[in-house]
Design a protein around this ligand. Structure first.
Ligand SMILES: [Mg+2]
Length: 395
């Protein structure tokens, strides 16, 4: 059966919330986050400010240069989280399958419920009206048969938009798009694709998949599938994620970064912590999950299921590494990294090993591999004992 997925994206969320709270700010260029704290970057800005070329993650100094009369607002994360929860409540009135992907974005699977409203478009309009009526906030909704196209549809039509991207509209709306607009195509991939003469999604779709795979490995296959508008990732409801037995560790960076060495080292530390907990609880994991939050607060979670259950730090780290979207990480700075394991089962027998202690590295060849790999690639100072890393990085 054809699925119907919505992607809801609140328009300039933090700025809108501030404008609702203080009507004197309405219709004015508002910058949230800029002046507050040590970070000195724009968390988000109103559409009035965007007209001056200001965008999320820009330095406040640059934003002030572009629009000297912009109003800087410190922002109140607690309030945003509170309102985000209210939006989720409203979305839950339309379907139980709601997957929030950030504080102001979510996917909804309305396959089973849209007929109650007549059409998917009517359900989406009702949802938009409801959010507007109850919270005075506008959002943009994309409607399609899968998550990839729903997100693309909402990106096309901001703010206060409602846009469909059905399979029969791809010819007109999707295939003419430039390749860099496709999720997962960062500057590196874009350059490489252009070298092959691929400029639009149509070029990418028509390019032989075999040749793409030769150039990009597994990513090539994925790119080809996306260029055809295909994606079968299900919408995971929040409850479903909560119920699942899982263990994870996350770390919010002191400063956003695109430094791969740093991020990989951080992933080791996080894996180390996860594995320590796994072993302590005597569990084995079947699935490895990586979470990345970018400086604009957009968040991705990727996971892969292993062939067999494990509590081996080497296996879990290397698996997490295959999930790292290197292109995106380099082109968008990262704010938070999380490594986790799910699908846990009790282990029959788990030897207690302290990971990354000198003794275990020298005695246990396998644990040492990861360390040596990284040292080979990135130099001997790229990895030190896990427990000392946060100190080294954050001061
Ligand atoms: Mg938004």
């Amino acid at each position: 059966m054809k699925r119907v997925i919505l992607h809801i994206d609140m328009d300039a969320f933090f700025a809108q919330v501030e404008q609702v709270k203080n009507p004197a700010l309405r219709g004015k260029p508002i910058i949230v986050g800029g002046d507050a704290g040590h970070r000195g970057v724009v968390a988000t800005c109103s559409y009035e400010a965007r007209k001056y070329g200001i965008h999320s993650a820009m330095s406040s100094a640059e934003a002030r240069r572009r629009c000297p009369h912009a109003i800087f607002v410190g922002g109140n994360l607690t309030n945003y989280v509170y309102i985000s929860a209210q939006i989720q409540d409203i979305m839950n009135d339309y379907t139980p399958i709601v997957e929030p992907t950030s504080i102001d974005e979510a996917y909804l699977d309305i396959t089973e419920s849209y007929h109650l409203y007549g059409t998917p478009e009517k359900l989406a309009q009702d949802l938009k009206d409801n959010i507007k009526k109850r919270l005075q906030l506008t959002c943009t909704v994309g409607i399609a048969e899968n998550k990839l196209l729903a997100k693309t549809a909402s990106d096309m039509n901001k703010p206060d938009g409602l846009n469909t991207l059905w399979m029969n509209e791809l010819e007109e709306k999707f295939f003419p798009m430039e390749i860099r607009k496709l999720r997962g195509v960062g500057p590196q991939t874009e350059k490489a694709l252009k070298r092959l003469g691929i400029n639009t999604l149509r070029d990418l779709k028509d390019y032989p998949e075999k040749k793409l795979s030769q150039n990009f490995g597994l990513h090539g296959e994925h790119l080809s599938k996306m260029a055809h508008g295909l994606s079968d990732t299900p919408v995971h409801s929040f409850e479903e994620m909560e119920d699942e037995k899982s263990m994870s560790h996350e770390h919010t960076l002191y400063e956003d970064t695109s430094d791969l060495i740093f991020l990989k080292s951080l992933m080791i530390t996080l894996t180390d912590k996860v594995v320590a907990r796994l072993k302590k609880a005597q569990f084995l994991a079947k699935t490895v999950r990586l979470k990345i939050r970018y400086s604009d607060f957009s968040t991705i979670t990727r996971e892969v299921t292993l062939n067999s259950m494990t509590d081996d730090v080497n296996t879990i780290y290397k698996t997490a590494l295959t999930l790292l979207p290197v292109d995106d990480v380099v082109s968008n700075k990262v704010r938070l990294v999380g490594v986790g394991v799910t699908k846990l089962h009790e282990a029959v027998e788990t030897p207690q090993i302290e990971l990354f202690e000198e003794s275990s590295i020298s005695k246990k060849g396998k644990s040492g591999d990861v360390v040596e790999d990284i040292r080979d690639k990135f130099g001997k100072f790229s990895i030190v004992r896990a427990s000392s890393l946060p100190y080294r990085w954050e001061h």
